[in-house]
Design a binder for this molecule. Structure first.
Ligand SMILES: *Cc1c(COP(=O)(O)O)cnc(C)c1O
Length: 222
């Protein structure tokens, strides 16, 4: 068995029941994804539209692709209906566009709302207050072809693991607050957080979906 298969199995063994693994395969060749697939992995995360569209036809059809990168509005049309989930909805304009393109295509899109909590960097995503206001105002009721499935977030890029834990705690807290604000929301269950260097902490803080790349596939050559 190869190294990729070994890593997949190790992570699956360690993940608690109910926590899904998204294998982040960006910048890695389809051969590496095929090895992960053969080891039982079915959810793959990609962050660039062009790369994703090239990989989809080369791999088995039962793969569930998650888009995890910043999605430019002019590329929405290209991925709607082709991915199982868009994890990185970072603006209302993008959300509205996903909804309208999904309506045109006659599909339901499953998405996560990206929350921005890391303070020292400019990362994409909604500020917690902004996101909570969206649910307080019940603007989600306007969506016809988009299923809001939860939140996604990243911790600060730091070696300070207490800081990382606090960031994950805040992401999970935003999720709990949204559920309290709109208790009738159905299926808003996912909390996607945790990467190669911090996923155990994310799971302790309530992650239901970890996105792991380099630990499985090795370092990326950009
Ligand atoms: C690249 C990426 C990951 C995976 O990062 P690793 O450190 O390689 O595990 C997770 N989430 C997002 C949004 C990414 O862009």
């Amino acid at each position: 068995m190869g190294r990729i298969a070994d890593e997949i199995k190790l992570i699956h063994d360690e993940l608690p029941q109910g926590v899904e693994l998204v294998a982040v395969s960006k910048f890695h060749p389809v051969e590496s994804l095929a090895e992960a697939y053969d080891a039982g992995q079915r959810i793959f995360g990609e962050s660039r539209v062009q790369e994703l569209l090239e990989k989809i036809p080369q791999l088995p059809a039962d793969i569930r692709w998650h888009f995890i990168g910043h999605l430019q509005t002019n590329k929405v049309k290209q991925i709607v209906g082709r991915v199982a989930m868009i994890e990185s909805v970072d603006s209302l304009r993008l959300l509205d566009l996903i909804d309208s393109e999904s309506r045109k295509a006659g599909v339901m899109s499953r998405v996560l709302m990206q929350v921005h909590v890391a303070k020292e960097e400019t990362k994409f995503g909604f500020a917690p207050e902004e996101l909570k206001a969206y649910f307080e105002e019940r603007r989600f009721e306007q969506l016809t072809n988009t299923h809001l499935c939860g939140v996604m977030g990243m911790a600060s890029n730091t070696d300070d693991m207490e800081r990382v834990r606090a960031d994950f705690h805040e992401i999970a807290e935003v999720h709990r607050e949204i559920l309290a604000i709109a208790p009738d929301l159905r299926g808003f269950d996912s909390v996607s957080m945790g990467m190669s260097g911090d996923w155990q902490i994310a799971v302790e803080e309530g992650s239901t979906m970890v996105r792991i790349g380099s630990r499985i596939f090795g370092e990326r050559n950009y």
